[in-house]
Design a protein. Sequence first.
Lengths: 210, 287
Amino acid sequence: MKNSLPVAIMTVIALIIILDFFVADAPSVQWIKQSGLVLRSWGIVIAAFAMGLGAVNLLRRHTVAISRREPEALYSVVLVGSMVIIIILGIAYGSDHPTYSFLFSNILSPASATMYASIAFYIVTAAYRSFHARSFESWVLLITAVIVMLGKAPIGSVISGFFPTAADWIQAIPNTAGMRAIMMGAALGVVSSAVKMFLGLDRTYLGLRD
Amino acid sequence: MERLQSIPKSWIYVILLIVLAGPLLRPIGIPIPISSDIRKSFEAVDSLAPGSVVVFGFDYSPGSAAEMEPQAMAILEHLAEKQVKVIGISFQAQGPEMATKAFSATSWAEKEYGVDYVNLGYRAGGQAAVAAFATDIPGTFSTDYTGKPSSSFPIMQGIKTAADIDMIITIAPGQPGPEDYVRQVYGTYKTRIIAGVPAVAITQVAPYVQAGQIEGILGGLPGAAEYEILVEKPGQAVAAMDAQSLAHLLIIVLIAFRNIPSFFKAKEARAQSMSGSAQKAGRGGRS
């Protein structure tokens, strides 16, 4: 019972969601449509709670780090401090309050943008170190990379019309074909994994091995 | 020659900084050609009749704003010119702030909130939230970004499901993104979708574009730059294109530095081994 009840609940809910996608908008199957609607709104509520749980967990983890004076507790102080300020401001005054907007635009945005922009430096050094052609395959990869890099920047078309045309072809034909194969494989994997869950053969999501 | 294979990291960082900053401070003006993907996206948006309702997914955060925001701004300018109505939504926690910023930095700042456009804020749940949005828009987004009931806005009158929407435009660097809209919205309602993605995600979305499920795609900063040119409002993306071109050239030069010495060394070694085997063959012939 302890194991079969969660599997039964999951199977019923999943079947309603799947049926909702396929059944027509006829009055006889309205209960499926309505049940699907309710279940999806529950999904949003659960996701919101999960975010809250994550925030509480993060706060707990870093508060413990501060109280134990761990070596990198200073970062925890910054994290907990900024988190508490933003939470209080957001709850008390709303996210359209000028102070909230100021902190968002002048601290969070530039800090996040800096993190993202710094990737460019790592990409360039990584490309320099790793693009070392030693075999035929690595030469093919290297030449393809150069064509796509030139084709996807305006400079490529200035050098030759070949680069954008070749880059588009590489992206649209071999690249997309490979991607499509991966996606279809993954989709089939999801279907088979769902069937295993419905049949109770896969119960790892319940924290059970077999 | 071997020194070219071991350029210190710090030097590369400095060179890259100069290569990026130079054209940003002093633009070169490398011509930007318009690709067929961007033209298709532009024509799709251009086909919207005045008064059409567009859902605009601000599904990006400040971290990816450098690449995504110019796309959002360029399309928003086009939508403003087309006099359509825009419902801003987000399935990314920091999206509502990005929407506020984008609306206030474009021609939408002069339009009336609640009548011409609205910012409905963020809903958690990823793909499940996208599915809920498709079947029940006012139920899923019951309030706007500031907490006012969404049903109180004139723009929301008559909007119930994704079938009441003329087009969905999503600017998303990750999940939930265009694929989720295809699965949950296009699959049932056949609503037209335009997607703005980072350059690295084009391949991921390309199968949906080729299948016609996504009508148009904007890829990375070049996509934004091309769109800015088409709407005749060159902005951040056009300004950054010279820097991107030179950065790509720098990478190619560095890759060449890394490989040319090895190439010549391998050629030399091959020549030596060939002459060695010829000598051996010669000695063998004499004996």
